[in-house]
Design a protein around this ligand. Structure first.
Ligand SMILES: CCCCCC/C=C\CC(=O)SCCNC(=O)CCNC(=O)[C@H](O)C(C)(C)COP(=O)(O)OP(=O)(O)OC[C@H]1O[C@@H](n2cnc3c(N)ncnc32)[C@H](O)[C@@H]1OP(=O)(O)O
Length: 295
């Protein structure tokens, strides 16, 4: 069945030399293909099961900068067109962290042009992930604030490690506002009342709290996250693919179309908003507070 919700814009930009693509090396083994190992996104495709594991690999905290987002988009586009691929597990190669969200340094004292390019890369990565025909599962083996939470929520199923890790859309705590499409995804995940509270408070939840509001689907000990994802995948893989994809498409289409219809306006709004003096001041204070934490 043809992929119904796939976007190609990042690849096209890469071919035109506008963005830097991932390493792009393909190594073939008996059952596994590994794409783009030199970059910030590692892809391990298991040809026997049709399950790809995509690991964010930008230590120490997998913050999402222009390069990571571009590499992620390209990796997702490749998997989408790989007929042997049925499912994708999104995970991290960095211990204790899923993703710290957007790289704050992309938003602080940056140029408007870079801001727009950065935002387009985020839009494309999200459109590819949320609109994927694949079964997508997030293996959350660490902290997952803000953009990290968006990536996890955009998967079909989330398994989180119990313990000290936190997840949530904490944007208001940085003095910024979650864009409408972040809000839409959270609304679709935990409903209106919980989203109102979560977004206004910029709430970060423990795994157990996240489970209680439906932000994650299962909480298990750290070592059990991957085996639990694999076990759950077995159930999902038994469902006839065409019926599952049509169902997913119909449930996500309105939210995807809302962004697709105003991508450029949304990117321009981001660049204007983030460069306001008051927002820059808040971000500066937040960066200082992260650094102070260490001293
Ligand atoms: C109209 C539109 C408006 C804009 C909408 C924007 C939408 C989404 C926004 C975001 O995604 S903003 C990012 C929000 N993320 C956070 O608030 C997380 C901040 N980080 C942390 O809380 C912690 O780092 C952690 C994730 C809990 C991990 O803690 P840990 O103790 O393991 O590591 P640290 O020592 O704190 O950090 C190590 C190192 O990384 C730097 N860093 C952390 N997070 C980020 C980040 N998101 N971007 C860039 N850099 C980050 C941190 O400052 C440390 O740096 P050094 O001091 O070692 O240089």
């Amino acid at each position: 069945m043809a992929a119904p919700m796939r976007g190609m814009s990042v690849l096209r930009q890469a071919f035109q030399g506008l963005v830097r693509p991932a390493g792009g090396q393909v190594c073939r083994q008996v059952q596994h293909r590994c794409y783009s190992t030199p970059g910030h996104v590692q892809v391990d495709m298991n040809s026997e099961t049709g399950v790809a594991t995509v690991r964010l690999n930008r230590p120490p905290v997998n913050s999402l900068n222009l390069d990571v987002l571009t590499e992620l988009s390209i990796a997702l586009e490749k998997l989408e067109t790989d007929k042997s691929c049925k499912a994708m597990v999104l995970a991290s190669a960095a211990p204790g962290i899923f993703s710290a969200g957007l790289d704050i340094l992309e938003m602080y004292q940056s140029t408007p042009e870079r801001c727009v390019a950065f935002w387009r890369a985020l839009q494309d990565a999200w459109l590819n992930l949320y609109g994927s025909r694949l079964i997508t599962m997030a293996a959350i083996e660490g902290h997952s604030p803000a953009g990290g939470c968006l990536l996890a929520m955009s998967c079909d199923y989330r398994v989180m490690a119990e313990g000290k890790f936190q997840i949530g859309l904490n944007e208001t705590k940085l003095g910024i506002v979650a864009p409408f499409w972040f809000t839409d995804v959270m609304l679709n995940t935990i409903g209106h009342r919980e989203t109102e509270k979560a977004l206004q408070l910029g709430a970060l939840y423990s795994a157990q709290q996240a489970l209680s509001i439906g932000l994650v689907d299962k909480v298990v000990p750290l070592a059990e996250v991957m085996p639990t994802v694999e076990g759950e995948l077995k159930n999902w893989l038994q469902i006839p693919a065409a019926a599952r994809v049509i169902t997913k498409t119909s449930m996500r289409k309105a939210v995807l179309d809302r962004l697709r219809s105003q991508k450029e306006k949304d990117a321009q709004f981001f660049a204007d908003f983030i460069n306001r003096d008051s927002v820059q001041k808040s971000l500066g204070m937040y960066i200082a507070s992260l650094q102070k934490k260490k001293n």
